[in-house]
Design a protein around this ligand. Structure first.
Ligand code: ZN
Length: 245
């Protein structure tokens, strides 16, 4: 049994809209919004898959994913608890009740089932699972510029999450002192979402929930995207490779 395994997820990987729901995004405004940060996490999927490709080259590491969301969060937001008021956007509010229930059955529930099943599989082979959700945020919201490149989201009350955040923070800072890293920004790690739900279901001795939030403005730089993949995969390799207890 290994000491640690990794689960990678990317809930907001895509802005895909299945045919039967395209009428909700009719008109210029509806089509345009899908291409923005409201439609998906620009750049996040590339980072998650880049990290997985690097980790896959080391057969000693135990990891699974990335498990990607398959539709735009403007239809159903996978990174919310099922009864959260914002699991449905102002666009999906235009759908009928039955259509929204169908979005839950077709997209929300399968993702959440897969995340839990994969987590349980990994826990058969490792003492703890570190879950890393890869996200990105818009550099400007409501006229406010967010002067941070990397946000580390976790529960400060959980020591293994705190420890991983510190390693990652040092990883980014030693890569370049120009990368601005901040803990629990632009959101708090204990806000509603997948990791917060899973913390209630799995004890801290077995599950560490972590989210990486990358600035979409900074991500336009290929150098920063590459640095993010490199730092994350290096720190994860160290975390997963620590001697089996
Ligand atoms: Zn996201």
């Amino acid at each position: 049994v290994k000491r640690a395994a990794l689960l990678l997820t990317c809930e907001h990987a895509t802005n895909h809209v299945p045919k039967e729901h395209q009428r909700v995004f009719g008109g210029q405004e509806g089509r345009a919004v899908l291409g923005t940060h409201r439609g998906y996490d620009l750049g996040a999927k590339g980072i998650a898959h880049g990290v997985a490709r690097k980790l896959a080259s080391n057969s000693a590491l135990l990891f699974a994913g990335p498990l990607d969301g398959e539709v735009t969060r403007l239809l159903v937001d996978l990174n919310r608890s099922p009864r959260h008021p914002r699991v449905f956007s102002t666009y999906s509010q235009r759908l009928t009740r039955e259509e929204r229930a169908e979005l839950m059955r077709r997209y929300y529930e399968p993702h959440h089932r897969l995340v839990r099943a994969t987590l349980k599989e990994l826990l058969k082979r490792a003492k703890t699972v570190l879950h890393v959700g890869v996200h990105s945020f818009t550099p400007e919201l409501g006229g406010q510029e967010r002067n941070v490149d990397v946000g580390l989201l976790y529960d400060p009350a959980r020591s293994s999450e705190r420890e991983f955040a510190t390693l990652l923070l040092h990883g980014f800072r030693s890569h370049s002192d120009r990368i601005r890293v901040r803990r629990n920004y632009p959101y708090r790690g204990i806000a509603d979402g997948v990791t917060t739900m899973l913390r209630r279901e799995f004890p801290s001795s077995r599950y560490a929930g972590f989210e990486l939030e990358l600035n979409q403005g900074t991500l336009e730089s290929r150098a920063f995207a590459r640095a993010s993949v490199d730092v994350l995969s290096d720190v994860l390799t160290e975390w997963l490779g620590r001697s089996d207890a």
